[in-house]
Design a protein around this ligand. Sequence first.
Ligand code: ATP
Ligand code: MG
Length: 841
Amino acid sequence: MDCQSGASGVNGLIPILTRHRKVEEKEMESFPVLKEKTLKESLFQQRNLNVAAISTIHPRASEVSGEDVPDGCFPSSSKDSDEEESSEKVGNSIFYVDSQQESPSDENRGQLNMLSAAYESLDYDTCVNAAWLDEERTKGYTFVVKKDVARWLVVLVTAVLTALVGCCIDITIESLSKFKYTWLKTYTDYGVEHGVLIIPYLLWVALNIGPTLVAGYLGSYVEPVAAGSGIPQVKCYLNGVKVPRVVRIKTLVSKAVGVTMSVLGGLAVGKEGPMIHSGAVIAAGVSQGKTTSFKYDFGIFEYFREDHEKRDFVSAGAAAGVAAAFGAPVGGVLFSLEEGASFWNQALTWRVFFGAMMSAFTLNLVLSTYNGVPGKLTYNGLLNFGKFEDLTYEIWEFIPFLLMGVMGGLLGALYNFINFKLTQLRMRYITRPWQKVAEAILVASTTASVAFLMIYGLHDCRKIEDEASRSDRYPIQMYCNDGEESAVAAIWFQTPEKSVRSLFHDPSKSFEWLTLSVFFGCYFLLACWTYGLGIPSGLFIPTLLCGAAWGRLTGKLMTLLFPGQSWLNEGKYALVGAGAMLGGVVRMTISLTVILMECVGNITFGLPLMIVLMVAKWVGDFFNEGLYDIHIQMQGVPIMAWDAPPLSNNIYASEVLNRPVTTLRTVEKVSRIVEILKSCTYNGFPVVDSIPTEEEARNFKSYGTLRGLILRSQLTVLLKHKVFNENAHVWESSKVDIRLFRLSYPRYFTLQEVDLTEEDLECTIDLRPFHNPSPYSVVSCTPLPRMFNLFRALGLRHLVVVNDSREVVGMVTRKDLVKYRVWKHRGQMGLEELVIYDNVA
Ligand code: ATP
Ligand code: MG
């Protein structure tokens, strides 16, 4: 728990409201600005925003008195006496008993209105301290050029490695699934012939369970962060949230092996989402020149061991992952831009694009060579939509496309709702690793059973037409005539990617109405159940497959309505359905359109795809959020939205800041630093000239003149290496420079790892060469959107609030801002205050 009073939470709203109102009544006559506030509040009310949440923002809002609020800001009451009573003194700072709750009760787990304090932020702001300046001064332009060349090199290596991981996953899946389906075909034919269908059924269940067991073990026991698609985690990372262990090699291995096994286990999953995560991990690993998992340091690229450098490489890695997964380099760049990076510059765009291109090219080269056509470069990505013969459309077809967009939005919202409820149940009741593995096994056997029942129960026969394509097809005759195959088995006896391709390209009338309807119903439910299991799994393919099924049904309906039209092509409608469904579930816009366009390889069809995705997003957004966002919210990740809440210009820094502030002196005693690090969880401390007494702090509402900001990580490094004034003779000779901090990045020491004697505790540290002497700071009357933009655009972690004399009056972190979230539901919107827990999992 923080050592400071935390969020009030929902329960605290009523007393705060009353308190706030009392203050207003008291000060109304003497302070004209308050009238203005009342006016603004009513404005808020008119616009259907939740005024209660705003006017009662925080108990701390009422702690700021008029003295330090310049004209134009809203003064509030002085600190409440009950809060004063709950304070205790540690060193020179006042700490409050935290109102933050430890973790939600079982029945509250999995709600969308919670934040977890366990997630820390990344620090994208460079700490330009004396040590950093020293490096800049001594190394000069040669170093700048070297760093720049190294950046290109890292991106190139990342791209090549990402593509190679993709190739390994693809080739393993191809080879092993060949065995699986050949066996299944042999035993199914045998079973049909001898009337013992139980044998192929049991074999199928066993062949599904085996790989799923491995995937479940990796995703539940070995590395839980490798479970799922990884896109939400990468999105959070790029947004500035430190997701523990997300970019480790162990995660990459679990992810790559796990997703291969999940696909082989016949589950409704794809390997594309995990490729994005894999690219991100590879980028983080290569750029750091060391592995934390294997505890090995190659001693290279030390200068990239900073959050903002690493983030840039991670966005390049994610783009390379998209490029390899979909053969979509431009889509990859746009994905990184849309989903992640808050900070973007031209040079970075160009480098990311280079990485994405290289990744797509390497994958193409390796797969073409593997498939015996070296140099032909026909394998664009892991997901290949195949070549559409005819993708022209008539202008009036926009009407069915629009309707399909609506349908995609509705089905996507339903998918997200069902998955949300299931995930909620999982978070409450399926918490142990063995339970997660057991659930995965249940899903794997249910998938096999459903598939088997469908093949057995639905009589849909079609001619085996294309002899050439038989090498990767396993035609099952079942009860069809000679020369015919079961169309249902054709969908199930292949990996989901190939099923998508079949639905796009198989000739008209390849599938019956009933087959497609039952397949869609079953696969939709299975996919809903599968996403969120404790296994690595991608969401794109199952969603595309569901959409392709109902899209093809729409195509059949169109053929029925307009018989004999040359432009009618069931595959085209399957493609539109797939796009609509995917858009309805994930709600991405530009990147998804471009990814699909690049997959299809047809620019003219970009417009229908864009329209369908846009409509699907709008319709889906009417009901709920995208699936990735839902999962992020359920985990309580403090992710920053693109924009500040609307109509929030009348919320000021003075209302969101946290105080009293725990500060350190420029020259501080070791014992006090240790005491503070022990009793607080804060990661940043303003450095001030001198710390006022408790009495002074209370009277003047300030905590000393701001001189800089120092991070917990920097303090632990200083303590660990005993950079004390009293032993200057020891460390000065060995030169304490920026490398000292970089070498322990990203896992800095904990206090337990710091060995200090009684004598050490009496020493002092001069923080001035190490703190950030120019931290971002704002005055109390800064409106919320301005602070929000600072955090969003600069990737800030701490923002110090100062008064006119540059004295510290409060602290603002990203959690203070993301706590206020805008909700939108069925045409209504409002502002809610999230409850902060120590941990929501
Ligand atoms: P992060 O966890 O994002 O790495 P942090 O630990 O420094 O950063 P938070 O966990 O976001 O900060 O802080 C929780 C609350 O404590 C916030 O309301 C924030 O304003 C406040 N806070 C952070 N640092 C200080 C500090 N030095 N003194 C007083 N309050 C602080
Ligand atoms: Mg914290």
